[in-house]
Ligand binder design. Structure first.
Ligand SMILES: [Zn+2]
Length: 308
């Protein structure tokens, strides 16, 4: 089979204020890094309202829609801003995740990468935050469960920040295993090991500033990979943030591209064992443009090789 790359030009129209790390140029870096790869290129659809309502109450969807400015920016908090094009971009980001699940579960491709922004893993049930408006990876998980009838979906989040939104959206659903490695202390401040979900279905693995490759790989091998293995998911979702890279300006976990390739290989091994190799990955953070490009290329190259 093949690997899908799902993106949309609307994601360029989510413009953040000057100097903001979650900038339009990130998408150029990511898509530029993938431009010569043989991937099945698909335009992301807009998410349907019903897709968003699987995880967010109507009041959240209505509030985000109402917050969209007709010019300039509207700030939802100190970090999270909407421009004129942000609403469409967020609908594309969620829609890309839904389409990715449909393509992978429908057997059109082996795996998929959604190159979208804004990211999603900080968006809580009723709170947009941390550059995120809708919980795209959680929407993918619930779509796989509720629409496609899967019984177990695992989400692995190796973004350097805790996926507090994904935890908030999924911790009370025993059909979802959510695993997050992240630097602590760091934004958003959640993700302690004792936060383990209503059914023991959340695994938080905080790592210290400067952790580095060995500590990251040890934590994956000792905690995350065995948890996913034991859960036996039917689909594996990845919140692929690349801000744990050594060059990233927002954090200090000191990983390198090869660590992202390594973890992708490990996750594909588990997907081969339990999910017929089915993996959907979505872009979260990553704020040094060169490191983001190189890390994304390393990650998607593994998906492509494993999907071939
Ligand atoms: Zn992050």
């Amino acid at each position: 089979m093949a690997t899908a790359l799902i993106a949309h030009d609307d994601c360029y129209d989510h413009v953040t204020p000057p100097g903001h790390p979650e900038q339009v140029a990130r998408l150029d870096a990511v898509l530029g890094a993938l431009k010569d790869m043989d991937l099945v290129r698909v335009a992301a659809p807009m998410a349907a309202e019903a897709d968003l309502l699987r995880i967010h109450p109507q009041e959240h969807v209505d509030a985000v829609r109402a917050a969209a400015p007709s010019e300039g920016w509207r700030s939802l908090d100190a970090d999270t801003h909407m421009s004129v094009g942000s609403l469409a971009a967020a609908y594309r980001a969620a829609g890309a995740n839904v389409r990715a699940v449909d393509m992978v579960l429908g057997g059109e491709v082996q795996n998929a990468f959604a190159a979208v922004r804004p990211p999603g893993h900080h968006a809580e049930r009723t709170t947009p935050m941390g550059f995120c408006l809708f919980g795209s990876v959680s929407i993918a998980a619930k779509h796989a469960l509720d629409h496609h009838g899967l019984k177990r979906v695992a989400i692995v989040d190796f973004d350097v920040h805790h996926g507090n939104g994904t935890q908030d959206l999924c911790e009370d659903d025993a059909r979802i295993l959510f695993c997050s490695t992240h630097q602590m202390p760091l934004y958003p401040g959640t993700g302690h090991a004792h936060e383990d979900g209503a059914y023991g279905n959340v695994l938080n693995v905080p790592l210290p500033d400067g952790a580095g490759s060995k500590a990251f790989r040890d934590a994956m091998e000792r905690l995350v990979l065995p948890a996913v293995d034991a859960f036996k998911p039917e689909l594996l979702l990845i919140s692929a943030g690349f801000d744990a890279h050594a060059d990233d300006p927002l954090a200090g976990m000191r990983l390198v591209e090869d660590d992202f390739a390594w973890v992708t290989e490990q996750l594909c091994d588990l997907a081969d064992r339990h999910c017929q190799g089915r993996v959907v990955s979505t872009l979260e953070g990553g704020y040094d443009l060169e490191a983001l490009a190189a890390s994304t290329a390393a990650h998607v190259q593994v998906l492509k090789e494993r999907g071939a």
